[in-house]
Design a binder for this molecule. Structure first.
Ligand code: DGI
Ligand code: FE
Ligand code: FE
Ligand code: FE
Length: 188
């Protein structure tokens, strides 16, 4: 397996500087959360670094991969926001030789979440949302919740992402709704 330095070199070839800096902040945030929540720190580091590996690929690469890996055909109706995690996970296996299912799932679910997420996947989902350069209404609440209760933080992010997408007339990927239904605490 690659050392962290080898991985950094490969990732830096795929990403523009601002995005490369983002993934390093996500890594650092994920490592802190992994220590707090008793998750494998090396996996958190790798997953943080690679989560946006495919973010700057041309659409054609994703369309090709959806066919080549026989992924859900409905994926062709979506866009980079959805592809870079779900399809990016397959590119990572092929191009980086990272096959750890838990790491791959953390990448796969980092944008939409999923009904089932390991602690590692929850950490990557949250670290991406709260890394130090993120600045939006509610980010402080998200940071506090993440430090107190990971599951409630996942619910908080999912709800706020949904509200943001609805407000901006964007389509909702069905898995995002699944995530909401699975993680928002039952009441009444
Ligand atoms: O890649 P990042 O910018 O670090 O962050 P991300 O992967 O969490 O989110 C990428 C984008 O995906 C973000 O602008 C919100 C968008 N997104 C998340 N869920 C959905 C979605 N876009 C659509 N259309 N539908 C969704 O369900
Ligand atoms: Fe992303
Ligand atoms: Fe995210
Ligand atoms: Fe990201």
């Amino acid at each position: 397996p690659d050392s962290r330095d080898q991985l950094l070199t490969k990732i830096s070839r795929q990403l523009k500087p601002a995005r490369f800096e983002h993934v390093q902040r996500v890594e650092a945030t994920a490592i802190k959360l992994a220590k707090q929540y008793g998750v494998n720190v090396e996996k958190a580091s790798i997953a943080g670094l690679i989560h946006d590996y495919a973010k700057q690929r041309p659409d054609k690469d994703f369309i090709d991969a959806i066919h080549r890996y026989k992924l859900d055909p409905d994926l062709v109706n979506w866009n980079n926001a959805i592809w870079h995690g779900v399809v990016g996970a397959e590119l990572i296996k092929t191009e980086l030789g990272i096959f750890d299912e838990e790491i791959i799932d953390a990448v796969r679910f980092h944008t939409t979440g999923n009904r089932y997420m390991t602690k590692l996947a929850q950490i990557i989902y949250m670290a991406d949302y709260i890394e130090p350069a993120r600045d939006f209404d509610g980010v402080e609440k998200a940071r506090l919740l993440t430090s107190q209760n990971l599951a409630l933080a996942v619910a908080y992010q999912t709800k706020h992402t949904l509200m943001y997408l609805l407000t901006n007339n964007q389509r909702i990927y069905p898995k995002t709704i699944d995530t909401y239904n699975a993680w928002v605490p039952q009441s009444g």
